[in-house]
Design a protein around this ligand. Structure first.
Ligand code: GLP
Length: 241
């Protein structure tokens, strides 16, 4: 586990964009695992700048997102399909057919989730998986649980996550109760994992993930067992290390 502590959130995200950008420059047909949430937005802005300046070319990149809410349309302002278009895909030259986000609308959610894993496998696996972290230590939507779930699956969201994510919706009642998420097995199979955590409200989750034991009660703690994992933190998120 390599931990880098930056003074500001912006610096942590710019550094993350450099790692993602370097991945694409060194392997133009990279398979990216992408994340949503407010944390990676500055990293996506920096990647867009690197594209606009002709440094990073997304034309051969393929991407697979981590997760999606169940039951909201793809063009809903809070859907992760929409987030990715607004924050990255519409601003770079990635081909739409090369971008993948789990379906939260399928009539066979579990079947589609397994097909999503199979598609990642068929593409050759993830070269790099970008992650944020929930206040309760979740990654993707892998919530604290008694066991780790390896495969892509349907998740019941915890009250902590609904509470944290209600800021994007009109009210807590509007936050979907379920989501589809990559499992920790697929995340752990990525060649590189890059987790960004910024802000004081992530400090305890970061501390438990880095210093605590590996436990499904803190899903991000499993990353300690990954052979190449980077934690890019700002000082606030690193304040309890
Ligand atoms: C959501 C996403 C996660 C994300 C987390 C933290 O629940 N499913 O992938 O890491 O929230 O979000 P934020 O970066 O907005 O704090």
């Amino acid at each position: 586990m390599e931990i880098r502590i930056f003074e500001t959130c912006r610096q942590a995200c710019q550094a993350a964009a450099l790692v993602m950008g370097a991945q694409i420059v060194s392997k133009p047909d990279s398979i990216l695992g992408l994340a949503t949430g407010s944390t990676p937005i500055p990293a996506y802005q920096e990647l867009i700048r690197l594209y606009q300046e002709g440094i990073v070319d997304f034309s051969r990149v393929r991407s697979f997102n981590l997760d999606e809410y169940v039951g909201i349309p793809e063009d809903h302002p809070c859907s992760y399909h929409r987030f990715m278009r607004d924050e990255l895909f519409d601003h770079v030259n990635i081909l739409k057919e090369n971008t993948h986000v789990p379906s939260g609308l399928s009539r066979d959610l579990e079947g589609d989730a397994l097909a999503y894993d199979a598609a990642i496998e068929a593409a050759g696996g993830l070269d790099i998986q970008l992650l944020g972290i929930g206040r309760n230590g979740h990654i993707g939507f892998n919530e604290p649980a008694d066991v780790f779930t390896p495969q892509c699956h349907v998740v019941e969201l915890t009250e902590s996550t609904i509470d944290a994510n209600k800021r994007f919706f009109d009210s807590a009642d509007d936050v979907p109760r379920r989501a589809v998420s990559l499992g920790v097995g697929t995340i752990m199979k990525a060649a590189t994992v890059l987790l960004i955590a910024t802000g004081e409200d992530k400090a305890e989750a970061v501390r438990l993930s880095v210093k605590g034991e590996i436990t499904p009660r803190v899903p991000a703690s499993i990353l300690k067992a990954h052979r190449h994992v980077l934690f890019f933190l700002d000082q606030a998120a690193a304040s309890r290390l």
